[in-house]
Design a protein around this ligand. Structure first.
Ligand SMILES: *Cc1c(COP(=O)(O)O)cnc(C)c1O
Length: 386
């Protein structure tokens, strides 16, 4: 992959816009035609050319080309959120009566989509421990149409053996959809490992500056066209040209940001791995991770997201740690420039009331672009407060 060409030039067609280096934001709802015949052609080719911005828009089209090329896909669609991208893909592949096998502990709204929303429309789902690919096979029924992967997941970072799961899917005639937000296409290429559709929260690394909510879906031309004419146009979760432009701008530095994330996160992980106040570190690209070998096989590197279990008996111990952090903002999301901490104890009022399938003492840490030594010093002083 000629990454520099792709991030800097692919799809830009600068001769179409006064040779400007940065593309214009084509902030137009609709696109006009000189004759009835030309209008007829545009209507017939709504997937190929700008007609109405809910479908195709020139600024969004540049972004689609870059994301498709990054993932090694024929085509890509960009949505107004990652959840919209996942929902459109899942709905496109399923009908009432179908069954899904999904990895346990996926992104929370993916869980809700399958187990609450689609359950209302007659779709059933089995959640499996994805650390053993054979669990997918065991859960498959004659009604199974889709196997859903998220490797690693974004709280506890378990992996699935992607090639093994896609091989099982092929044997059973099932589709596969994978959430690749954690790794980005730079660090993991699911389509090359047999996945049919790859989804992203572009709110995270692809945009990279904590100023956009967006999503993307990439895959084979026939599958993407089916999503476009179905869920994309019907449910209408399209992105604004301005937000697409912000992602284009963010992509210029994607490889720099990912390299920095990988090197900083590994330094922080090394520090946390042996700290007496940390009872567990979850980082897929650290030798302490139980699936480190698999991570090295299917990922090029780790990104900036990891989690720890704080060694304490009480909610208050976790709270003292999180409250003491000076250089980590306490917020959800990740993938931007700024370091973040998210203690899951914030989901409930007390340890007794904590009923989530996560350890109550788990704190997710997102390592941003700051100096990693300063982040480590901050973690050290905060862990002393536990
Ligand atoms: C944030 C996130 C999503 C959802 O994306 P939005 O852009 O917030 O809708 C999906 N999957 C993962 C892994 C995420 O982190």
């Amino acid at each position: 992959m000629d990454l520099s060409y792709l991030l800097n030039h692919l799809g830009e067609d600068r001769e179409l816009y006064f040779d400007a280096v940065a593309p214009p934001i084509t902030q137009s709802t609709n696109f006009c035609q000189p004759t009835v015949q030309a209008l007829r052609e545009r209507i017939a080719h709504e997937y190929e050319a700008p007609f109405y911005t809910r479908g195709v828009n020139p600024t969004v089209a540049i972004l689609r080309k870059k994301i498709a090329a990054l993932e090694g896909a024929d085509d890509a669609l960009v949505f107004s959120s990652g959840s919209a991208a996942i929902a459109a893909a899942v709905c496109s592949l399923l009908r009432a009566g179908d069954h899904v096998v999904c990895v346990r502990k996926p992104y929370s709204w993916t869980h809700t989509l399958l187990n609450t929303f689609l359950a209302r429309f007659g779709v059933t789902t089995t959640m499996v421990d994805g650390t053993d690919a054979e669990n997918y096979r065991r859960a498959i029924t004659p009604q199974t149409r889709l196997l859903l992967l998220e490797s690693p997941n974004s709280m506890t970072f378990e992996l699935q053996d992607i090639a093994a799961v896609t091989a099982i899917a092929r044997e059973h005639g099932c589709y596969t959809l994978m959430d690749n937000s954690y790794s980005t296409p730079l660090f993991q290429q699911p389509l090359a490992m047999g996945v049919d559709l790859v989804a992203h929260s572009a709110s995270k690394y692809l945009s990279g500056h904590s100023d956009v909510v967006a999503g993307a879906l990439a895959g084979r031309a026939d599958l993407i066209r089916k999503v476009f004419t179905g869920e994309f146009m019907t449910l209408g979760a399209s992105i604004s040209p301005h937000d697409a432009w912000l992602i284009l701008r963010g992509l210029r530095t994607l490889s720099l940001r990912m390299e920095r994330a990988a090197s900083s996160a590994l330094k922080v992980a090394d520090f946390l791995a042996t700290h007496p106040k940390v009872s567990r570190l979850n980082y897929p690209y650290h030798p302490s991770h139980p699936q480190y070998e698999l991570a090295r096989k299917q990922m090029k590197n780790g990104s900036g997201l990891l989690s720890i279990e704080v060694r304490t008996e009480s909610f208050e111990g976790v709270e003292r740690f999180a409250n003491a952090l000076q250089r980590f903002l306490m917020a959800t999301s990740w993938g931007g420039y700024e370091s973040l901490a998210f203690p899951v104890c914030a989901f409930r009022k007390s340890k007794e009331a904590f009923d989530l399938p996560l350890p109550w003492n788990l704190v997710r840490l997102y390592i941003g672009l700051e100096d990693p030594e300063l982040l480590i010093a901050d973690l050290a002083q905060a862990l002393d407060q536990v």
